[in-house]
Design a protein around this ligand. Structure first.
Ligand code: ZN
Length: 278
């Protein structure tokens, strides 16, 4: 009896080994693809040192080390459109109008059905399943999990609460495009910052200028999105590969790539009373 049983077992072992081997070949090919990067072509995107530094801080969303970005046109569908005022719908269109040119050649447009970026606006409560239920957020964004072989984004959801403002919507859309919260503090307003409250302003005039702008996005963040959607940046690109192929010196590496262990508590600059005293 044993004689007959051992052959199927043997075949199974062979099959399992073959499948394992094939998937590791496939995985290696996928990882190799993420390493394809030409620094000279990437530099043609056009950016300054500050923008490169912000890019290194916010563009490596997956576990703080790898790029995630869309690999297809984005179709924005407002799921609760029937419950919304015209103004709330127009605000989504405004965000799309601002962000769409930054992700070319990919397109972003609003659709009535069949969307791959779903928006739920002005919901009564935004609760994350990663945080205690008592914590209510201004907004929330989720992108599809990475698959074994791909870091590409092909589906996302954006929520904003009934009391949040248009900046929250812009912030959540930026997450949906693949940006992460910054670790460092910047001398200008960063929409993708942890808080929608300005990180740092040099004068009240700057605060007022920002508040007058319903969909404020800094020039630096616009450039960062263009850099992320450069065809040289592939989903899954590792920050170390990027630093190496860009030829960063040790000093540049220190200056550009933030220490993820210092990922902070929420910091709001300047503290409000300091702002009022000025
Ligand atoms: Zn956020």
């Amino acid at each position: 009896m044993v004689k007959y049983v051992k052959y199927p077992i043997f075949s199974l072992i062979i099959l399992a080994t073959a499948v394992g081997l094939l998937s590791s070949v496939y995985e290696n090919a996928a990882v190799k693809e993420t390493r394809r990067f030409n620094a000279d072509t990437f530099r043609e995107t056009g950016y300054n040192d500050d923008e490169l530094s912000l890019f290194c801080d916010v563009a490596f969303m997956h576990e703080n080390v790898r790029v995630r970005k869309w690999n297809r046109d984005i179709k924005v569908e407002i799921k609760n459109i029937a419950d919304l005022s015209q103004k709330s719908i127009d605000e989504v269109d405004s965000v799309i109008a601002i962000l769409a040119p930054l992700i070319a050649p990919l397109k972003m447009e609003r659709v009535n059905r069949g969307g791959n970026l779903l928006v739920y606006r002005r919901v009564p409560e935004v609760i994350s399943n990663k945080l205690p239920e008592s914590v209510c957020l201004n907004g929330l964004s989720k992108v599809n999990r990475k698959s074994s072989y791909s870091w590409a984004i092909n589906f996302a959801m954006v929520y904003d609460g009934c009391n949040s403002n248009s900046q929250t919507l812009m912030h959540e859309f930026q997450h949906a495009l693949g940006l992460d919260h910054p670790i460092k503090i910047y001398p200008y307003y960063v929409t993708i910052g942890r808080s929608v409250i300005p990180q740092f302003f040099r004068s009240q005039d700057e605060v007022r200028a920002m508040l007058r702008e319903p969909f404020y996005i800094s020039k630096e963040e616009k450039t960062v999105l263009k850099m992320l959607y450069s065809s040289e940046i592939r989903p899954g690109l590792h920050v170390e590969t990027f630093a190496q192929k860009m030829g960063f010196t040790d000093e540049e590496r220190k200056r550009m790539i933030p220490d993820v262990n210092k990922r902070p508590r929420i910091i709001i600059y300047p503290e409000e009373e300091k702002l009022l005293r000025k």
